[in-house]
Design a protein around this ligand. Structure first.
Ligand SMILES: Nc1nc2c(ncn2[C@@H]2O[C@H](COP(=O)(O)OP(=O)(O)O)[C@@H](O)[C@H]2O)c(=O)[nH]1
Ligand SMILES: [Mg+2]
Length: 318
């Protein structure tokens, strides 16, 4: 992990390639659990409909944070690969970062035809990058389920809306307003329309509070001119502070890890698999889910293929 952190873009790219190529290898699993144990970044998810300005906002946030000496990792989740083989997202290279700057790293990931839930590779990449950077941003392209799935992955969810699109109201009706921790009304340079959108969102939020004692801020920003970006960064920081002060951050991350375990087992072995004793997994404080998942999968495979488990594996599970 230290070698990857010190090795710049190339070392990280190689590590991510290993996660993708051989996710079941013992060294990969050990790396991920080691990374899970030393979270460094505040992980922020950006959601919102296509065209709202998420990528532009990410560029602006990167500049802001790099200017403050903070390192930034970005993961762009691209569910369009399910539909079109990846061609839908012609704009996904809109992120324009300096290739010489080792303090910023962008990686886009296809979700490859999986059904429901966050792809395991995205989980793994987030955990690894969380151990390395000061900030990690996860952008979804805002199609369907990925909007709400992102909450399983991040500390803070930032929902982006834009003026006069009708999107904000539609998303609120669909119940998405229970998801975000912070709302950004982008394209504030459009003037009065942005004020109206902000008022609409505030009105909707007043009837859909998320609870936990955090009232969701609605922040106007122009990603293009960077107006309001430092203030937005400060609001995001405040949410992280809130989670830490209330002792919610570790709990949120542990619940997420348990969720990944459950989801991975269910995806592979169905709900019947989840009911098996091998799948009853409680994570210790600070314990990563990756080795546990690999053990459980091995044990369940043995059960379902009828092969007797070797003594060593039995002992571990008891
Ligand atoms: N007027 C205005 N246009 C913006 C702003 N931010 C983004 N855009 C434009 O909105 C379009 C979509 O932006 P993009 O970042 O690709 O949106 P994404 O699909 O949510 O990632 C682009 O043409 C941007 O130039 C903004 O603050 N003001
Ligand atoms: Mg984009």
């Amino acid at each position: 992990l230290a070698r990857i952190a010190a090795g710049g873009k190339r070392a990280l790219a190689e590590a991510l390639a290993a996660l993708e190529a051989r996710p079941g290898d013992a060294d990969v699993i050990a790396l991920l659990d080691a990374a899970f144990a030393v979270p460094r970044a505040h992980v922020i998810g950006l959601t919102g409909p296509p065209g709202v300005g998420k990528s532009t906002l990410i560029n602006a946030l990167i500049s802001h944070w790099r200017g403050a000496g903070l390192t930034v990792g970005v993961i762009v989740v691209d569910p369009s690969s399910e539909i079109s083989g990846g061609a839908l997202l012609g704009d996904r290279t809109r992120l324009t970062t300096d290739p010489q700057d080792d303090g910023v790293f962008v990686r886009s990931m296809a979700t490859r035809g999986r059904l429901g839930g966050i792809a395991q590779l995205t989980v793994a990449a987030t955990v690894l990058m969380r151990a390395i950077f000061d900030r990690v941003l996860v952008e979804t392209v805002g199609i369907g389920q990925s909007e709400t799935d992102i909450i399983e992955l991040v500390d803070t969810t930032l929902f982006c809306v834009q003026p006069a699109s009708g999107d904000s109201l539609q998303f609120m009706k669909a119940g998405i307003m229970e998801v975000p921790d912070v709302v950004a009304v982008n394209k504030a340079d459009l003037g009065a329309a942005a004020d109206r959108a902000a008022a609409d969102v505030l009105a909707a939020l007043s009837i859909a509070a998320r609870g936990e004692g955090w009232s969701i801020p609605v922040h106007k920003v122009s990603a293009m001119s960077a107006d309001g970006v430092p203030e937005l960064a400060a609001v995001l920081e405040e949410h992280r502070g809130f989670l830490e002060q209330r002792g919610l951050l570790d709990g949120r991350r542990r619940e997420q890890a348990s969720g990944w375990l459950t989801e991975a087992i269910e995806r592979r072995f169905g709900s019947f698999g989840l009911e098996q004793p091998e799948a009853q997994l409680q994570l210790e404080v600070g314990e990563g889910p990756f080795a546990r998942l690999a053990e459980a999968q091995t044990a369940l495979e043995r059960r379902f293929t009828g092969a007797p488990a070797p003594a060593a594996v039995k002992k571990d599970l008891n």
